[in-house]
Write a protein that binds this ligand. Structure first.
Ligand code: SF4
Length: 484
């Protein structure tokens, strides 16, 4: 998972790109970068948090009213500075590129780009491969257009043709923003719309219009933009240098956006695919509460405590449903990163106690229900249960707002391999025993999908639930091992 943003503005773009990346920091904390464009491309990127990478002297150098930015959590390639995004290439025109997603058939596509198209790849980043493939296709389509496709309508036709052709070869999740030098800003999404991409605009006092594309709309209000809509699956939008807006759906398949965005990744104040993330989490808690009432009609905890902070919303709704007190009995230190994002298991286990501090008065001598958004490896959940026992909980019930995570993700989320997914190797009872919980309750897949799709003027066919036991999109067996 990564965060991307693209801005086509009438004022210098660098500061707004920086502010946007701060608002997308939760989507990737490994690396970040910005490329802006005037007569040339200006680049600054590095490893670490956004606020640690960009200094005033860098911002001064990032000139231009158009630019793109990226926060990176690696899912393909290695953790090196060269692979931090945005990336750029010189042919055709000069292209800067930022990508959120993962290419499933990467080895075959790498071969296609290097051996068949003779474009050198300097890394094992699927984003670099994707950029070079797109650039090669765009070059071909520009060359075949009338008068070298100099008019922007013809240029847009070439862009659409390149995107359409690319997705006949590429399998996987792609949301991308792209500067094409002397042409404009483009944004596109794969035909299944797996990863999010939202479009907004800002009307200036002089009548001009600025445009923004981002993984989440969380920075729109702050920057004065209004959310217009999501980029559609298989759609490319192009804002040309003269400010004209062009869009086309070059391909459309079943619309299957990632359900985990709603469970965990996206910020609660985001609206993705026309579904409000906060409200969807309330519905997850509501459905989980109803499931509890059906399954354990005679069992009520004394208190419901979320494993902060994503699950606060779910726990609140669940508490309402059961008529039980909600308590923030675990304090979360906001200055320590998510355990899911930390690379090493021992580090992750140790970090739970740094991060979460139990409040004894909320726990001692009580039957406690702990609510978490999901159980992935189980290490954090086990530590939480242990801490609650140490702080005097009588009985501990564990409720997960997400069904068991059974399989890895091949679409840009760095899930562990099956070997490390607790639900892939243990039965329900074994997991409850491993966690040390008196009762363990998982949300059903049907209830989760219902919670996400119940409201909103969305066009989701069915969300991707592949890691929860649903089918993999585009994946035949031979593609599964291809993710690096
Ligand atoms: Fe999201 Fe899971 Fe599908 Fe990956 S496999 S896109 S994490 S729902």
């Amino acid at each position: 998972m990564c965060g991307i943003v693209g801005i086509h503005s009438h004022q210098p773009a660098a500061a707004e790109l920086y502010d946007s990346l701060i608002q997308l920091q939760h989507r990737g904390q490994d690396a970040a970068g910005i490329i802006t464009c005037n007569e040339q491309l200006h680049i600054k990127k590095g490893l670490g948090l956004v606020q640690d990478i960009f200094e005033a002297r860098h911002m001064e150098r990032l000139k231009g009213t158009m630019g793109i930015g990226h926060t990176r959590y690696p899912t393909s390639g290695s953790r090196v500075n060269e692979e931090a995004q945005p990336l750029w290439t010189s042919v055709p025109n000069g292209i800067a590129f930022a990508h959120n997603g993962n290419i499933v058939n990467y080895p075959a596509m790498r071969y296609e780009v290097q051996e068949n198209r003779k474009r050198y790849l300097n890394s094992y980043s699927d984003s670099e491969m994707l950029m070079q493939l797109f650039a090669d296709m765009l070059l071909k389509h520009l060359g075949s257009g009338p008068e070298g496709s100099t008019h922007h309508n013809q240029f847009f036709d070439s862009l659409c043709s390149a995107a359409s052709e690319m997705f006949t070869l590429v399998q996987g999740a792609v949301s991308a923003v792209m500067i094409i030098k002397d042409r404009g800003l483009a944004a596109f999404r794969d035909p299944h719309g797996i990863r999010p991409l939202v479009y907004g605009k800002r009307e200036n006092a002089d009548g001009t219009v600025d445009h923004i594309f981002a993984s989440e709309d969380t920075m729109f209000y702050m920057l004065g933009y209004t959310r217009v809509r999501d980029v559609k699956p298989g759609e490319i939008i192009f804002i040309s240098h003269d400010g004209s807006f062009n869009s086309r759906q070059f391909a459309e398949k079943s619309f299957t956006p990632c359900i985990f965005e709603y469970v965990y990744f996206a910020r609660p104040d985001a609206m993705l695919n026309n579904v409000n993330v906060y409200r969807s989490r309330l519905r997850m808690g509501e459905n989980l509460g109803r499931h509890w009432l059906r399954t354990y009609p005679d069992v009520r905890p004394d208190v419901i405590i979320p494993a902060p902070a994503t699950s606060n919303t779910m726990a609140l709704a669940l508490a309402r449903e059961l008529g039980v007190n909600y308590s923030e009995g675990l304090y979360k230190n906001p200055f320590i990163g998510r355990t899911f994002i930390m690379p090493d298991q021992a580090q992750r286990r140790q970090s739970v106690r740094y991060k979460l501090s139990p409040q004894e008065l909320e726990i001692r001598n009580k039957d406690v229900m702990i609510v978490d958004d999901s159980i992935v490896r189980g290490t954090t959940s086990k530590e939480i249960v242990l801490m609650l026992r140490e702080f005097g909980a009588k009985r501990i019930y564990f409720a997960s707002a997400c069904p068991p995570v059974l399989q890895p993700c091949y679409y840009g989320v760095d899930m562990p391999n099956s070997d490390d997914l607790i639900a892939a190797s243990m039965t329900h009872d074994e997991i409850a025993s491993y966690l040390g919980a008196d009762i363990l309750l998982y949300q059903t897949l049907e209830d989760l999908v219902e919670a996400v799709t119940r409201k909103g003027d969305h066009h989701i066919d069915t969300p991707c639930t592949a890691c929860l036991g649903g089918g993999y999109i585009h994946l035949s067996e031979e593609h599964r091992p291809c993710v690096s």
